[in-house]
Every structure is written in structure tokens, then in C-alpha cells.
Ligand binder design. Structure first.
Ligand code: NAP
Length: 242
């Protein structure tokens, strides 16, 4: 591997980027923080779909694509596979293992927003931890519900919804305080598999609060799949001196 394009957006991707030399490129969508202390190059912003990404790969002489994006970022993962195929280079991916329910958990899987709204009907005080998507539905909140919505940044809520802006990692004592203060009776979460956001699941378990889990999207097959940063680094730095 001479030049890698690393698609990031999660903690693990940054950990990999920190080990890369100046010939490699770390690519971010531009929704979160952009690190300024890396040795590798940092590129911010989309490519204009799989075609744009293919063009970038060719122009920059990329010979390996590593998709280390969030497990729910299905579009960029599909674009990565398509662009790698069109460019004739391998596409590898770091795919975080999903969380598994434990004894005492009451998890209810939903596929999409309509199923989620149906599953929410018995509850009154949901805590949404899905990012920004629920903001589009604030006008649909039924009168018997009061929502708490946590996203990366603060957005305007309304009389039936409070929006909290916060970035992980979250501490268990803070999550306990949040559930208590807001009297949360159901948690809505993606199955991100991230240790940074896992404490909310522990608190739901402690309090007997059900969790509505938005199912993971199906991601395309890749040439090589890794489950941890260590696995990736072991393979990358055997054949690379960066
Ligand atoms: P998405 O739907 O799969 O991607 C939407 C578009 O954003 C892509 O088509 C691409 O634009 C651009 N993009 C995404 N990741 C990029 C990257 N690493 N470098 C350059 N462009 C990128 O993704 P999303 O769910 O909106 O998430 C956006 C970013 O936030 C991802 O990088 C993801 O890792 C991160 N993130 C997502 C979540 C989540 O829950 N979805 C949570 C935490 C972090 P073009 O088509 O123009 O190339």
C-alpha cells in the first residue's frame, strides 16, 4: 500500500489516522470536529457520490480505500465499494460489532421511523439518541408524550420536546442523572456498538426501561473486514512504513 484514503467519522477512524504518514489522506464529511494535529493529510467534505469518489481516487493515486465510517452511514459505505471497484483498488472496512442485549434488557427492534412511532405508543417520556432525524418530526409529537432529544449540537425544540446538545463519551453517573431528571420511560437508540455511548444502555437496564433499537442498515461486502482498530493497525503497518 502506497497511499490510503481513510474514510472516517468515528473515534476508531481517528485512532487509525493518528498512525498514518503524510502520503495518506483522512477523509471527513464535515459534520463533526476536524483534527488539526495529524501527520497525514485531512480532507473535509463529500465527493459528489461514487463517481466523484472514483475520480478523486484516480487523480490522487490512491491504492487502498479503508471505510471506517459509522455503521449507520450506509451511503458512503456503498459509495466506497462502488468507487473501489470502478478504480480497481481494494476496499477494506472497519465494522464495529453490534451491541448484544444482556440479561434484564428489554430491547425492541424497529426498521424505520413508522415502526418506531408505533413502538413508542405505550410510552410518555422517550429519550431519543438517534442524532438529528427526530427534529423533523417535532410537530407530530402526540399530546400524551414529552420528548427528550439528544444530538451533537443544540437545536430549537418546542413545548413538547427539549433538545440537548452533547457529545460522548458519556459517563454512567451523568446518564443516571439524565434518566432521573427527565423521568425517561423508554430509550431510542441506534445499535452503534460504541463504548462511548454504551452507558445509556446500562442505565436503561438498571431502571427496567425498554430500549427501542433502530436496526443497522445492511452494508455492502468488502475485500477485507476488520472488527477493531488493533486488527487494522496490525495489518496496515506490517506492509507499510508510515
Ligand atoms: P451517509 O449518509 O453514509 O453519507 C452521506 C454523504 O456524506 C455521503 O454520500 C458523502 O457525500 C458524505 N460523507 C460521508 N462520510 C464521509 C467521509 N468520511 N468523507 C467524505 N464524505 C463523506 O453518512 P451520514 O450518516 O450522513 O454520516 C455522515 C458522517 O458522519 C459519516 O462520515 C459518518 O461516519 C459520521 N457519523 C454518522 C453517524 C450516524 O449515525 N449516521 C454517527 C456518527 C458519525 P458525497 O456523496 O458527496 O461524497
Amino acid at each position: 500500500m502506497r497511499r490510503m484514503l481513510l474514510l472516517g467519522g468515528v473515534t476508531e477512524a481517528l485512532a487509525i489516522a493518528r498512525t498514518l504518514g503524510p502520503q495518506h489522506i483522512y477523509s471527513l464529511a464535515g459534520v463533526g470536529r476536524v483534527p488539526t494535529d495529524l501527520t497525514c493529510q485531512v480532507r473535509v467534505g463529500g465527493y459528489g457520490g461514487a463517481e466523484g469518489l472514483t475520480q478523486f481516487i484516480r487523480e490522487e493515486g490512491i491504492d487502498l480505500l479503508l471505510d471506517a465510517t459509522h455503521p449507520y452511514a450506509a451511503q458512503i459505505s456503498q459509495n466506497a465499494v462502488t468507487a473501489a471497484q470502478l478504480s480497481g483498488i481494494p476496499c477494506w472496512a472497519l465494522r464495529r460489532p453490534a451491541w448484544q442485549p444482556q440479561v434484564g434488557d428489554d430491547w425492541r427492534d424497529v426498521r424505520d421511523w413508522p415502526e418506531l412511532i408505533e413502538a413508542l405508543k405505550p410510552f410518555h417520556r422517550p429519550l431519543f439518541t438517534l442524532g438529528r432525524e427526530p427534529l423533523q418530526h417535532l410537530h407530530e409529537i402526540p399530546p400524551e408524550q414529552f420528548w427528550t432529544l439528544r444530538a451533537l449540537d443544540v437545536y430549537p425544540g418546542n413545548e413538547r420536546c427539549e433538545v440537548i446538545g452533547a457529545r460522548g463519551p458519556f459517563l454512567i453517573e451523568d446518564e443516571r442523572e439524565l434518566f432521573e431528571r427527565r423521568q425517561i420511560d423508554v430509550l431510542i437508540s441506534k445499535n452503534s456498538g460504541s463504548t462511548a455511548t454504551e452507558p445509556k444502555l446500562e442505565v436503561a437496564r438498571e431502571r427496567g426501561v425498554p430500549v427501542i433499537v433502530l436496526q443497522r442498515p445492511v452494508l455492502p461486502g468488502v475485500d477485507r473486514e476488520f472488527r477493531s482498530v488493533t486488527e487494522v493497525l496490525n495489518v496496515l503497518h506490517v506492509s507499510d512504513d508510515s
